[in-house]
Structures are given as C-alpha cells and as structure tokens.
Write a protein that binds this ligand. Structure first.
Ligand code: ADP
Length: 431
C-alpha cells in the first residue's frame, strides 16, 4: 500500500476512492478499521469512519487507530479526508484530528485544503466559496449538524487547534510546486504548523499534490486526491496505472433498492418504472405491521431470475412530509431503512449478485445488513458513483458455493443521470 486514507464519513470515502482510481491507484474502501493483520492488495486504502460530528475525543481515538492500521499495512503517506465544505462543529473535528495525526506521525507541518473545483468548491485567499457564494452564505450556515458561519478557513481551523495556522495564497500556488514548497518551508520556519492552501482549478490541485510529495500527512477534501497519485508514479512506486478500475466479472440477478427521496432519485425511479418491474413500499403499511417485507420478497422472487427489479420507498416531497408528520422524521426513516435493508439482504442471500442502492442513509443500512467490510472500487458510472465489488461475510448456513462477491453501486441523493439504473447495469453487462 502506498497511500493510506482516513475519511470522516462513508460517502466521502467513496468519493475519495473514486478519485484515486481515476488517478490510476487500485483502491479499496473499508467500512471501519479492518482487523489487525488483514491483508488488502491495493495501492490505496480508504478507511471510512463516522467521525465528522462525534465528540472530538472519539474522532481522535478512531482516527489514530485507523492511522496505526494503515501504517502497519505499509502506507507511506497518510491522507485525512473531510468534506469539501470543511464541515465541522465548534469543537472540531478537523483541527483536533489533524493535530493528533501530526503528533502520531512526528509531522511538524501539514496543509488543509478542501477545494474541489470540479464540484464548485474553491479556496481564494483562505476563503471557501461554494460556487459564487461564500461558504457562510451558501446554505451551509444553516446545516443542522455542522453550521458553517465563517468562510475564512484560517480562522475556522485556528479555532480548532493550538498549532499556528497560516495561508499559502493562490499566487504562490500558480507559481508552481517549487514556489509552494518554499512557502511551506518558510511557514514552518516561522512556527506555523498548518496552512490553508488556496486552489481554484485542477491545475492548482496538481501543483499542491506535487508540493506535498514528502509530507507524512496531507489533509483535505477529495479534490486534493487528484494530485497525489503522480507523486508515487514519479518515485517509480506506482507503475501500472492503466487497470486501476478493473473489477472481477460478476454475473447473476440484479436488484435496485431506493430509499432516497431527492429530486434526482425521484426522476430515476420514474424513468425505470415506466417500462421495468418496480414495486413501491408503503410506509404506512409498514407502520401498521403488515407483512410488507415478505410481500416484496414474494414479488421479487417471481421476477428477479428473469430481469432486474426495483423496490423503492422513494416519494415526492409532499408524500414524504405526510409520512413524516404521521410517523415522525426519524422513526419513518429508520422503519423504511430497516425494511429496505432486510429485503436487500434476503435477496442477496438468495443469489442476487448486482445491487444498486440509492440514498446515503439507505446505503449505509444496506451495507451493514449485508455484512460488507470492504469494497474494491471500479469504474465510474456517473460523477461520484463508481461500481464496487464487495466481499461479504457469509451468514451462518450460507455455503461458499453461494459466492461471496457482489457488485455494488451506492448512489447518494442527487447523484446520477435520469437513466442511472439502466446505465449502471448495462456497464456490468458490457464488462
Ligand atoms: P439521500 O441520499 O437522498 O438523502 P437517504 O437514504 O440518505 O437519501 O435519506 C432518505 C431518508 O428518507 C431515509 O431515512 C429513508 O428511509 C427515508 N424515506 C424514504 N422514503 C420515504 C418516504 N416515503 N417517506 C418518508 N421517509 C422516507
């Protein structure tokens, strides 16, 4: 392993892994920290944690454990990945985790750069923009868990760490990797421990990547990952970059599960349902205790050997509001997630080998129910959503003959074109 990554949430980890694969690194995403001694054959491993909004002490402990596992598995550089909108609570966790990782790695200087120009996140003179808006005017100031009320990242990060936080400005970045490295050296000599780095374009991210080649720890959004694979190539450590997205061929029945109610998913479910088998789960029937899961399984089992089927709870905002009003937001969410996850795991036990899941929370529940521990990341279906191959833990009674590998596509809310489901399945058939 060359690059060891620690991501503070699950979908962010997939996003990062997808970037690294596009950069030519064979990448595996793990869910949580693998058991000691687990061997993973990959150029990069992304350990996904759920540490964005947990108490800082917990985030530190988990991140350090992930770092130790990655280093024991051979990682030469550690990358701490957070959201491209620098999502943090008042207490952290970006600063405290970066601090702890620096101490662990004996590193006296690192950078922080959430910029992701492809997704309209840019940093200019230390201020984070979302499109044309400052972070604190972008809607992020109202986020329920991580309200971002200040766009000045030097100030935000400084409030989370005792190390001095400086700035490497865009004029230095545009001057090239040598100039930027010199700026890092100057900041370090002046007693700064971290620097926010400006970035407005992918070219800037490549420059930043090159300037970070020798840093034991790099921190940033997934955009920064654009510039990191080239360092390993230049050192002669990453040779075969042409096959990073290759996955083993998976054949077998296909299932689509959708619990996302975002606009894009509503359109995708509508498009699929026009001509392909689709079954809607009724939250009220679930709440009444009707055998909704069992009925869905009967319906699916009659069809799935012949053609892919969709089972969904996806609804319009008005329908969702009505359900939430009657059942409560969290209770409704959990009830539906549990039902969809049970359906997915029962059908996978039956022999489903290709699974598309729409919805961030929904996918979290599905992956948990399947007992998936790690996923090899393959080709991109639509921006930010790759096919992955997951190795499941076999449940008691399942023989090896059942085959433990399944192709997985986990699509959060607004990702993907209208024909996403059909397009994703066609990609596997063509492979
Ligand atoms: P997204 O990625 O689009 O945000 P998530 O799966 O993260 O999707 O979140 C959608 C949430 O809405 C889940 O908790 C899901 O169980 C819930 N949900 C799905 N369908 C309905 C519905 N018809 N009414 C109310 N809540 C729903």
């Amino acid at each position: 392993m060359l690059l060891g990554c620690i991501a503070d949430d699950f979908t962010g980890a997939t996003d990062l892994a997808n970037m690294l694969v596009r950069g030519g690194m064979r990448t595996v995403q793990t869910i949580g920290i693998p058991a000691p001694g687990t061997i993973i054959d990959a150029d990069a491993v992304v350990v996904s944690l759920k540490s964005r909004t947990t108490p800082a002490a917990d985030a530190i402990a988990e991140s350090l454990a992930a770092c130790r596992w990655l280093r024991a598995a051979g990682a030469q550089q550690i990358f701490f990945k957070y959201c491209s909108t620098f999502d943090s609570t008042e207490r952290g966790n970006i600063g405290p985790v970066a601090d702890a990782l620096m101490t662990e790695l004996g590193c006296d200087f690192t950078i922080a750069c959430p910029a992701f120009p492809e997704n309209a996140r840019s940093v200019y003179r230390g201020y984070l923009f979302v499109g044309d808006l400052l972070l604190n005017e972008s809607g992020m100031e109202k986020h329920p868990l991580t309200p971002m009320t200040d766009a000045n990242l030097v100030r935000v990060l400084q409030s989370q760490t005792t190390r001095r936080v400086g700035l490497a400005r865009c004029d230095t970045v545009t001057a090239g990797a040598k100039a930027l490295s010199a700026r890092f050296d100057a900041l370090r000599a002046e007693g700064f421990g971290m620097a926010i780095v400006d970035a407005l374009s992918d070219a800037d991210l490549h420059t930043i990547g090159a300037a970070c080649a020798q840093m034991p720890l790099v921190t940033g959004g997934s955009g920064i990952a654009i510039g990191l694979p080239a360092n390993f190539q230049q050192q002669g450590l990453l040779k075969d970059t042409g096959h990073a997205s290759a996955l083993p061929r998976i054949d077998g029945p296909a299932l689509i599960i959708s619990g996302s109610c975002s606009k894009a998913t509503n359109a995708q479910v509508g498009e699929w349902s026009r001509s392909r088998p689709a079954l809607r789960i009724d939250p009220f029937a679930l709440h009444r205790g009707e055998p909704v899961v069992e009925q869905a399984l009967v319906w699916a089992r009659e069809r799935i050997a012949r053609e892919p089927v969709l089972i969904y709870a996806t609804s319009t905002p008005e329908e969702v509001a009505a359900v939430q009003k009657a059942l409560g937001v969290e209770a409704a969410g959990a009830l539906i997630e549990d039902a969809l996850a049970s359906i997915a795991s029962a059908l996978v036990r039956d022999g489903v080998r290709k699974l598309i899941s729409a919805g961030g929370e929904t996918s979290g529940a599905v992956v948990k129910a399947l007992g998936v521990r790690s996923m090899r990341v393959g080709p991109q279906i639509d921006p930010g959503v790759p096919w992955m191959v997951a190795r499941r833990e076999l449940a008691a009674g399942e023989g090896q003959g059942a085959g433990a590998d399944i192709a997985l596509a986990l699509k959060s809310g607004n990702f993907g074109a209208t024909d996403f489901f059909a397009k994703a399945l066609a990609m596997l058939d063509a492979a």
